[in-house]
Design a protein around this ligand. Structure first.
Ligand code: MRU
Length: 346
């Protein structure tokens, strides 16, 4: 299959790591250049880059910058010093397992290295990046095959090239299915409070000339009742061993509404997002972000000064509400622990 997506949000250069600043899109396409691991951790925390798989790729390149600095400082003691950088990178955000998965891979690559570690670590980071794009292309094909179209679908959050190494998880399936004539229209949840659906998903789809209609997520159940979408398609930040799925807050409400209305629910995520050490979604750490994200809009306070807000960034959708989990290793329908184990082994 031919792929024409042009958007990339994470790019390595000899000067350092370049990130397309997702806080400024779609108004401005501005790149940030990061030269050390501390800056990378800060950029992840501040949402310059976001989306589980994009965060993993970014952290891997962050480890390369750490190695470059620590080896230059001390060719004898860099191994001890780099531990602190790994710790700081790992503390940048808690929910997406791809962050920890990528750092573990970078650490493992360090094990056999003698002398300057930079070439080997850069090679590993580029592999992680390329493997993610390849997984997305594969998931695009597998997910598209599940959709009997042409039909319209609903996406939540941003799950595209910006949120991954490139092409996208759920948005990758949407791109592939649109190309194959199985999807003819995309409804995008704006996704309160950070609005990645409005700012990023709508932008990616407009760039690709795929018809998109933005909705407030409060409109999703009515959209389903009117029979206007056949599938809800979302990504994930961490999938537990039993198939419970953590994803952007609001995903669970969509899954409940979808089941009620007979709309199918698909989760698209590479195996780097599956955490087989966690039995169920109840054990997935859920990030809570600053209340200002809810109390303000584009920097302006919208709530009374004395009001407070609760801002969980993710929720857990139980496996029983999921029709299909699509990974690069295959499709798990109606996920259970046994089926997840078989898929991971396959
Ligand atoms: O807080 P974010 O923007 O990093 O959350 C992103 C999501 O929840 C995505 O849906 C998820 O990472 C899976 S798709 C890459």
């Amino acid at each position: 299959m031919q792929h024409h997506d042009r958007i990339r949000a994470v790019e390595w250069s000899d000067e350092g790591l370049k990130l397309l600043d997702q806080r400024l899109l779609p108004r401005l396409e501005q790149w940030v250049l990061l030269k050390d691991a501390l800056g990378v951790a800060q950029a992840i925390r501040d949402m310059v880059v976001r989306g589980a798989q994009a965060i993993g790729v970014t952290a891997a390149y962050g480890a390369v910058l750490a190695a470059r600095d620590r080896y230059a400082e001390s060719p004898e003691h860099w191994r001890n010093a780099i531990e602190e950088d790994f710790r700081i990178l790992a503390e940048s955000r808690p929910t997406a397992i791809n962050l920890f998965w990528a750092l573990e891979r970078m650490k493992a690559r360090l094990a056999g290295i003698e002398g300057d570690p930079v070439v080997a670590l850069l090679d590993e980071a580029k592999r992680i990046h390329a493997e993610d794009v390849a997984a997305n292309y594969r998931m695009g094909e597998l997910g598209a095959e599940l959709i009997e179209g042409p039909c319209a679908v609903l996406n939540h959050c941003n799950t595209g090239s910006l949120a991954t190494g490139g092409f996208g998880t759920a948005l990758g399936v949407i791109r592939a299915a649109y190309g194959a004539g199985r999807i003819n229209h995309v409804f995008a949840d704006e996704t309160r409070p950070w609005l990645p659906g409005a700012r990023l998903t709508a932008w990616e789809l407009v760039e690709d000339n795929i018809p998109v209609t933005l909705i407030a997520e409060g409109a999703a159940a009515t959209l389903m009742r009117q029979g206007r979408v056949k599938w809800v398609i979302v990504g994930s930040d961490r999938i537990a061993a039993n198939g419970d799925v953590a994803n952007k807050i609001g995903t669970y409400s969509l899954a409940v509404a979808a089941r009620h209305h007979g709309v199918k629910f698909m989760v698209v995520a590479p195996t780097s997002t599956v955490d087989m050490t966690i039995a169920t979604g109840a054990d997935i750490p859920i990030e809570e972000r600053a209340e200002e994200e809810v109390l303000t809009l584009a920097g302006t306070r919208i709530a009374p000064d004395a009001a407070h807000a609760w801002n969980p960034s993710f929720d857990v959708t139980p496996a029983e509400l999921i029709d299909a989990i699509v990974t690069e290793k295959g499709v798990v329908e109606a996920p259970t622990l046994e089926k997840m184990k078989a898929m991971m082994a396959g």
